[in-house]
Design a protein around this ligand. Structure first.
Ligand SMILES: [Zn+2]
Length: 322
C-alpha cells in the first residue's frame, strides 16, 4: 500500500531532535507540514549505545505503521547537543554519554535511509529560519535564552558551522572584564553568565547584596521570571537587574551583529517569553554599541518552541539530499 494523493506518491522526511532526556521525532512532508511528532526516551546508559538503535527502530516502526516505503523517504535529519564536523562526526556530547564518533554514518547503517546531522542549536536556528520567527529571511541569528545562552547563525539559508563546529556558540563571548566567577566553559565574564536565566538571577542577587533597599525578592528563592514580574510591578531593584540584563545582552548582540550583519535576530528560550519587554531592555545598549551599518537589525520572537529542532533537522536533509 502506497500513500497517494491524486495519484502522486507522497514523499516524506524525518526530523530528529536528540535531547538529554527525550528524543523528539517528527514526520513531515516535503513542504514542511508536520504530519506526526512523537517522543522516545533517551537511554544514556553505557555511553549512550542504545540511543541511535532506538531512533532507527522507532522510525522503521513508524514507516511500517503508515505503509511508507524507503523510496518515499528523502532522508532523516538529526540534531544533537555537541559540536559537529562537516562529515557528520560529533566530537563530544556529555549529556548523552557520547564521545567522538560519526553519527551520520552510524545512524545511516541502522536506518538504511540517507542521514544528515548537525549541532542542535544550529539545527533549531535553521528550523526557525524555515518555518518560524525568521521565515522569509536568509541571514538570521538565533539566540536561545534558557539555562544557558545558545545560538545559531544562518547565512544565505545555510548553517554557519565554523571550522570545528563551534560556529554560533555566542554564549561564550567575553563581555565583562571584572568577573571573578568562572563560567561553565572555564573562562570568566562570558555573555552566558549574565544573559541566561541563571545569569539574571546572579545579577539580581548581586544587586540585593549591595543594596539595603526593599525588594519583594529579598529573602525569597526567586527565578528569572520572578525578577521580570517584580520589575513589571515597579520593584526598583528588580528594574535595575533587568536593565543590567538588557545591557549585557544588547552589548553581546551588538558585537555579533557588527560581525555577521544578520537581517533579523530571533529570540527563543524561556526568557524570551518576556516578549516586547525584553526587546525594550536590549535595544538601547544594542544601538549604542552596534556598528551603524547593522543598526537596522530586526528583532523577532521564535515561533516553533520545542519543535524548532525537528523542523531544522528535516530542512537539513531537504537542502542536501534532495
Ligand atoms: Zn563561558
Amino acid at each position: 500500500m502506497e500513500n497517494k494523493t491524486n495519484g502522486i506518491i507522497a514523499k516524506y522526511v524525518f526530523g530528529v531532535d536528540i535531547g538529554g532526556t527525550t528524543v523528539k521525532i517528527g514526520l513531515l512532508d516535503l513542504d514542511g507540514h508536520k504530519i506526526e511528532v512523537w517522543e522516545i526516551p533517551t537511554r544514556t546508559e553505557n555511553g549512550g549505545e542504545k540511543i541511535l538503535p532506538d531512533i532507527a527502530e522507532s522510525i522503521r516502526f513508524k514507516m511500517e505503521e503508515r505503509g511508507i516505503k524507503d523510496s518515499q523517504v528523502v532522508g532523516v535529519g538529526a540534531g544533537a547537543p555537541g559540536p559537529f564536523s562537516d562529515d557528520g562526526t560529533i566530537l563530544k556530547a556529555v549529556n548523552l554519554g557520547w564521545s567522538e564518533f560519526n553519527l551520520k554514518n552510524e545512524l545511516h547503517d541502522l536506518v538504511k535511509i540517507p542521514v544528515k546531522c548537525g549541532n542542535d542549536a544550529n539545527v533549531a536556528a535553521l528550523g526557525e529560519c524555515w518555518k518560524g520567527g525568521g521565515q522569509g529571511y536568509k541571514d538570521i541569528l538565533m539566540v536561545t535564552l534558557g539555562t544557558g545562552v545558545g545560538g545559531g547563525i544562518i547565512h544565505e539559508g545555510k548553517i554557519f558551522n565554523g571550522a570545528n563546529g563551534a560556529g554560533g556558540e555566542i554564549g561564550h563571548i567575553h563581555i565583562e572584564d571584572n568577573e571573578t566567577v568562572e563560567c561553565n566553559c572555564g573562562n570568566k565574564g562570558c555573555l552566558e553568565q549574565y544573559a541566561s536565566a541563571t545569569g539574571a538571577v546572579l545579577l539580581m542577587k548581586r544587586i540585593l547584596e549591595k543594596s539595603d533597599e526593599e525588594s519583594v525578592l529579598r529573602g525569597t528563592q526567586f527565578e528569572c521570571k520572578d525578577i521580570f514580574d517584580a520589575a513589571a510591578n515597579g520593584d526598583k531593584l528588580a528594574i535595575e537587574a533587568t536593565k543590567q540584563y538588557g545591557d549585557y545582552l544588547g552589548k553581546g548582540l551588538a558585537m555579533i551583529a557588527s560581525t555577521i550583519n544578520p537581517e533579523i535576530i530571533v529570540f527563543g528560550g524561556g526568557v524570551s517569553k518576556a516578549g516586547d519587554v525584553l526587546f525594550d531592555l536590549i535595544r538601547p545598549s544594542f544601538e549604542k554599541y552596534v556598528f551603524h551599518g547593522a543598526k537596522r537589525t530586526k528583532f523577532a520572537l521564535a515561533k516553533l518552541g520545542n519543535d524548532a529542532g525537528i523542523y531544522g533537522a528535516a530542512k537539513l536533509v531537504l537542502d542536501t539530499v534532495s
